[in-house]
Each structure stands twice: as structure tokens, then as C-alpha cells.
Design a protein around this ligand. Structure first.
Ligand code: E4P
Length: 222
């Protein structure tokens, strides 16, 4: 399963890229807004340059012609750009158009298996079901992932299931068990995945015991 970072924060992106565990990035206007001191266009361009893998950049137009215009501009930022398009009729039309031009798309704000199926039929590279927002209103986001994975498997659909709106590490484990292609995570969730209290406690003991060995043999070294 691929891991994307769901952030527009350059420092976080650099930090986790260095660990070799991040395959791509997803952004949206709300994430750009969080980076208040940075020009959003510069920020998007910088992220595209910094990252080897796919970077999703979201359009904000509603009208078809404008969606295409924005999409073509964003696609020009780099070969690794994936144009993020909110689910709608006009969005599907745009995905169909962009797919024929070999431009990759990520269909965002997916809340039903029907929406995912239609986005895939239109040619989407990724569909982004938002599981946390479904959980927030008392639905079960992971059931949606299970449905989409099953449908895509039944028909050999190559559109990738990109699990979005992840709220905690258990969402990641369950998405992986269900066979999702990608999860996109806020940096805090990735950090929680790295950490385990028993790892820290175990390390303290190993270091203390090495200290004891060193006391017995002051010349001890690797
Ligand atoms: C990713 O593509 C989405 O924009 C993001 O995961 C949404 O997450 P949120 O529901 O926490 O805003």
C-alpha cells in the first residue's frame, strides 16, 4: 500500500520524505490556507518539485471550461501532478476530457460507492473516499472502502482507491487489510504510526544495559 502525506507543509514533507516512507502528496485549499505565510501557488510549485511521486493539486472552478483551464495550468507545474477534481457531473465530464489528454486525476469528496464507480468509469486515476467525515456523521467510512475495493476488484477496474480524511492509525491498518491502494495521512498520524511506548521503554533498557557493559569494559566499542 502506498502512503501519501496529506499536507502542504514543506517542512513536514521534507522530514518524512527523508525517511523513505512517503510515496506522494495530496493537498487541498484548506491545507494551503493553513500555511498562511506562504503564497499558495509558489507552495504548490515547490511541492511538485520537491517530491518524486504523485502530487495532487486541487482545482476550484465550477464551470467546465474553467475547470479545464485550471487543470491544464496545474498539470503544467510538473509531470508528477495529479489534478484533484471534486465529484460532480461537470467534474466527471472534465475527468473524461483530461484522461483523454493523459492527465492524471484524483476525484475528491467521494462519499458513496456509486460516486467512486462513476469516477472510475470517467477515467479517474484515483478516487478519494473521505472516511473520517463519514464517521463524523455517524456512518462507517471503512464500509465504504470495503465496498469500493470489492466493486473495483469484481470488474478489474484500475482506478486506485486512495483513502482520505484519515483520523487515526487504526484507519490505516483497516484500509490496508481491505486492500486499499493508497492512504493519505496528516503528518501527525504518520508520526503516531512510527511511535510505540514499548519501543521507547525497550530502547531505554538496551541503552542502560550497554552502559553497564561499558562500565565493566571501558574500551568497549563497535
Ligand atoms: C485528501 O485528499 C483530503 O483532502 C483530506 O484527507 C480531507 O481530510 P479532512 O476530512 O480531515 O479534511
Amino acid at each position: 500500500m502506498k502512503i501519501f502525506l496529506d499536507t502542504a507543509n514543506i517542512e513536514a514533507i521534507k522530514k518524512y520524505l527523508e525517511l523513505g516512507i512517503v510515496d506522494g502528496i495530496t493537498t487541498n485549499p484548506s491545507l494551503l490556507l493553513k500555511e498562511k505565510s506562504r503564497d499558495p501557488i509558489d507552495l504548490m510549485r515547490n511541492i511538485v518539485k520537491l517530491v518524486d511521486g504523485p502530487v495532487s493539486l486541487e482545482i476550484v472552478a465550477i464551470d467546465f471550461e474553467e475547470i479545464i483551464e485550471e487543470s491544464l495550468k496545474l498539470a503544467n507545474y510538473g509531470d508528477n501532478v495529479v489534478v484533484k477534481i471534486p465529484m460532480s457531473s461537470v467534474g466527471l465530464k472534465a475527468i473524461n476530457f483530461l484522461t483523454k489528454k493523459n492527465i492524471k486525476t484524483n476525484v475528491t469528496l467521494i462519499f458513496s460507492a456509486n460516486q467512486a464507480l462513476l469516477a472510475a468509469k470517467a477515467g479517474a486515476t484515483y478516487v478519494s473516499p473521505f472516511i473520517g467525515r463519514l464517521d463524523d456523521i455517524g456512518h462507517d467510512g471503512l464500509t465504504l472502502i470495503s465496498d469500493i475495493v470489492q466493486i473495483f476488484t469484481n470488474y478489474d477496474i484500475t482506478t486506485q482507491v486512495l483513502v482520505a480524511s484519515i483520523r487515526h492509525p487504526i484507519h490505516v491498518i483497516e484500509s490496508a487489510k481491505l486492500g486499499a491502494d493508497v492512504v493519505t495521512l496528516p503528518p501527525e498520524i504518520l508520526q503516531k504510526m512510527i511511535y510505540h511506548t514499548l519501543t521507547d521503554k525497550g530502547l531505554d533498557v538496551f541503552l542502560a544495559d550497554w552502559g553497564k557493559l561499558k562500565k565493566e569494559n571501558p574500551n568497549l566499542q563497535f
